[in-house]
Design a protein around this ligand. Structure first.
Ligand code: ZN
Length: 373
């Protein structure tokens, strides 16, 4: 992710912090300055923000480490000012595993709260007010951290996508119902809960409740759409969807030479070839950008983003849906038994579905899932 800096790496899972995190620290400094707090007070407050995000990171590591036990790789955890995100490759579609992965995060926060509780006065919660994270003192540091961990666990257990509670509920329903049905139920419930948050936000003039409600409404339908689509492409192989017409550029081609190709060609993407082997694809905008930056003599192959690979034609399309959905039109080379056979992008999958399901009742649903038609 652009603008994120790597902190540490544990068992191949890399922890990043996004630079906008500095805004949060800046905000804490401002709040303390406005209240006329001294340096010691300020240091406690900043330390507290760091401690809270350490707990958020541990929550995400909880998900990631359990996922890796099931052979599902989580490569990155990114800490943003609004919280953490573990980019887990895919969710298993197996209720037992999904339950274990989803519940691991909140459990980490409960465990931290439990450990902190050992150091707290048993009746402390009677006189301490709920924490204001921006002005934590030395004396209430542990209590506030305890309260924040309980809050984090409780918030994440709200049964609505994309929160952990939504996935937990879907997994529980998944033991009895099929996955799509379970997803629909949770998505609908999520919308009702979001509605309650929005109403409460308006009635109590509470911006936080309002924002949570709006966030849940958008995420719930996105998750539902994505899962429906995923179910529709299950069992269809990439090689059955691939296209055969594409334009290519040799990786040694310079930006200057590529510029003249662009003049006579309207392709949005070009497959970059190293001899007979595709090494990736490039967007025409990326070439135009290189022209604007006067990188005329740079080879097209050097402009490629690293890590862009080909797809295995024998694989099922639902396994790469997420990767392709990240950019509707980006072309990916398809290989079968070591041979370059064609290309695929997200829009092609949608088109394939529309054509093949044209006479079924799924057609309307697919159409509603996309902005293609
Ligand atoms: Zn979580």
């Amino acid at each position: 992710m652009a603008g994120a800096f790597k902190l540490i790496s544990i068992k191949g899972i890399r922890l990043f912090v996004h630079w906008t995190f500095l805004f949060l620290v800046g905000w804490v400094v401002l709040v303390n300055a406005r209240l006329g707090n001294n340096i010691e007070q300020l240091a406690w407050s900043v330390l507290f923000i760091v401690a809270v995000f350490a707990c958020v990171a541990l929550h995400e590591f909880g998900h990631a480490l359990v996922a890796s036990r099931f052979g599902i790789q989580a490569k990155n955890i990114i800490l943003l000012p609004i919280g953490g995100i573990a980019s887990i490759e895919k969710f298993p579609g197996n209720p037992k595993q999904e339950l274990a992965i989803s519940i691991a995060g909140p459990m980490v926060n409960f465990a931290i709260a439990g450990i902190l509780a050992l150091f707290l006065h048993p009746f402390m919660f009677l006189w301490e007010t709920p924490p204001d994270v921006s002005i934590t003192h030395g004396h209430d540091f542990l209590y506030n951290l305890y309260a924040v961990n309980i809050g984090l666990a409780a918030f994440n257990l709200i049964p609505a996508f994309p929160l952990d509670g939504g996935r937990i509920l879907r997994a529980l329903l998944g033991f009895k119902l099929n996955y799509i049905r379970a997803t629909t139920i949770v998505a609908t419930l999520g919308k009702i809960i979001a509605g309650l948050f929005i109403v409460a936000g308006l009635v109590f003039f509470n911006l936080v409740l309002l924002v949570i409600g709006i966030f849940i409404i958008f995420s719930a339908s996105a998750e539902e759409h994505y899962l429906r689509l995923k179910a529709l492409v299950q069992g269809i192989k990439i090689k059955d969807i691939q296209m055969y017409d594409y334009n290519s550029l040799e990786s040694k081609t310079t930006v200057k030479e590529a510029a003249s190709v662009l003049m006579n060609n309207h392709s949005k993407y070009f497959i970059v070839m190293d001899g007979p082997h595709p090494i990736g694809s490039i967007n025409r905008i990326e070439i135009i950008k290189a022209i604007a930056e006067m990188k005329y003599e740079i080879a097209v192959g050097d402009l490629l983003r690293k890590g862009l690979s080909y797809l295995d034609g024998e694989k099922e399309a639902d396994t790469v849906l997420e990767k392709l959905a990240a950019s509707d039109e980006r072309l990916y080379p398809v290989m079968e038994n070591g041979l370059f056979t064609g290309v695929i992008n997200f829009n092609q999958i949608i088109e394939y579905l529309l054509i093949h399901k044209a006479e079924t009742k799924e057609y309307g649903r697919i159409k509603s899932l996309t902005g293609l038609l």
